[in-house]
Design a protein around this ligand. Structure first.
Ligand SMILES: [Zn+2]
Length: 248
């Protein structure tokens, strides 16, 4: 994992669970080609670039996972059936089929836990210092899923606490040039999401999970434009939230 600005002064705290496509050496390539390992099945294309720029623009602590979600998904509960996927969008992941005993636990120990433990440690430290925190989980989604085009430019995901999601959805719609998904292309839930559930909801921190369409942030210009946009809109959404703080 990598941490940028551990002492960031902003209330914003950014996590990027699918930022990287590294595979631990001991696992080889999981049986995939170099080309497959650069595709969206391995990571959230563009997300790390947006997270780094957004974190810098907001002065926020930013934590990202450098290992591929194909090794173990850092945004899934460990007991979810797709914590370690055997197939992703019609691509078989040979290295994840018939895992030897203890393999899932060792991936959790080496990759999942250190990442979430570090987030927990940083959040505990802020809490102990009485500092407010607004959690932003940043992801990107593929424009085509199983051959179906997705119309949204950006999605705002939330589960039980929509305090921040609501005003951010309004702010994104007010931009006028965006198709905005409300819990689209996915709905957040305790079965399919880990970070906002464990680090946001269960701590009572205002939070949001963002999904940006990958073709919009594939290059640096796009990453910069979206980082600028969220650096502008997130503080406005937080301001609106403080005027209407009910979770529903
Ligand atoms: Zn993701």
């Amino acid at each position: 994992m990598e941490v940028q600005g551990p002492d960031g002064l902003a209330a914003f705290f950014i996590v990027c669970d699918h930022a990287g496509n590294l595979i631990p050496r001991a696992l080889g390539s999981l049986g995939l080609s170099p080309e497959q390992l650069t595709r969206h099945i391995a990571w959230d294309i563009g997300a790390a670039g947006v997270a780094r720029r957004l974190g810098a623009a907001l002065g926020a602590t930013t934590v990202w996972q450098r290992y591929s979600r194909l090794v173990i998904d850092c945004n899934r509960p460990l007991d979810a059936g797709d914590s370690i996927v055997r197939e992703s969008e019609r691509v078989r992941i040979p290295g994840n089929e018939e895992l030897p005993a203890g393999a899932a636990e060792s991936r959790a120990r080496e990759i999942f836990h250190p990442y979430h433990d570090e987030i927990r440690r940083l959040l505990d430290r802020r809490q102990a210092a009485g500092r407010p925190t607004v959690l932003v989980a940043l992801h990107s989604f593929t424009p085509l899923f199983l051959d179906v085009a997705r119309p949204w430019h950006v999605g705002v995901l939330h589960n039980r606490d929509a305090r921040l999601a609501r005003p951010l959805l309004r702010a994104l719609r007010d931009e006028g040039d965006l198709v905005v998904g409300d819990n689209e292309p996915y709905a957040a839930s305790e079965l399919t999401d880990y970070s906002i559930v464990h680090h946001g909801e269960r701590r009572g921190l205002p939070h949001v999970e963002l999904e940006i369409r990958q073709d919009l942030i594939a290059d640096e210009g796009g990453q910069e434009a979206w980082a600028d946009r969220f650096a502008r809109l997130l503080p406005l959404a937080v301001q609106a939230m403080t005027q209407d703080p009910s979770p529903e």
